[in-house]
Design a protein around this ligand. Sequence first.
Ligand SMILES: Cc1ncc(C[n+]2csc(CCOP(=O)(O)OP(=O)(O)O)c2C)c(N)n1
Length: 272
Amino acid sequence: MVGSFIDLRADDAVAPHYRDPFGVYLMRGAEMWRLACQVLGKAGGYNKGRSVPFNGPVELNVVPWVAGDLGTSLGTATGAALAFQQEDSDRVCVCTFGDGTANRGDVHEAINLAACWQLPIVYVCQNNGWAISQPVGGYLAGSIAARAAGYGIPGERVDGNDVDAVRSSVAAAVARARAGHGPSLIEARTWRWRGHWAGDEQAYRDAALDPVDVEDPLDLYAHRLLEQGCADLGQLQAIHADVEAEVADAVARAEAAPDAGVDELGVDDVYA
Ligand SMILES: Cc1ncc(C[n+]2csc(CCOP(=O)(O)OP(=O)(O)O)c2C)c(N)n1
């Protein structure tokens, strides 16, 4: 997620997979405590505590989630790219989605249209091996990156655990889109180490089948920083402690904030 979005301009659009929006909002300057308010149904959320909690401040150019219906976000993302093309601007859209989502019809329709119209968009599939309780082998026989050939666009598979690899692959595709050469499809291979949601007991999972040669992206990057002498262990531990304190503060502040009430149920933000 970080490698996909880190190099974009503020006026570029992002259309995040549902695991990504809060990270993207933070990268684009949103306040953590207000995002926590969104999860807790508090009036202080950018969405005023309304559903869907994924929707943050609109001015950050994060394509809003209009439904929890997976695959539809590729349609809105592709629409953003069409708007950029019609404006004659050099803005681009980067869209992330899962390997399960990749099999919705909407995904094919969106990418095909973007390819025909040479829209400025980069599609990044995060293939983490799972769709809730289903292992990827049960719903995907081929390769997502290889589908690109069928659309007539560039496709690439990258190590999704390596933030630098994702970053350079997305940067090349963004440069291409910005120059008017159309969309690309990137498949970032990773692994879902935890349950589908925080309380998922994962009774369906045989941990013995977890890959042994895959490193957690955060560990991999920490090791790289240490090896390259960019940071020492003490600095990395200090960053962890700072982040933990920041998250704890944000959650405590959100918990203490007022709940959304009748004032948040008005028609403002509904009609233009
Ligand atoms: C159209 C649709 N079908 C089913 C669901 C239920 N659902 C929610 S998350 C999910 C798994 C999606 O898997 P993937 O796209 O691989 O994303 P991941 O959870 O692995 O990040 C499913 C099937 C949904 N939200 N929308």
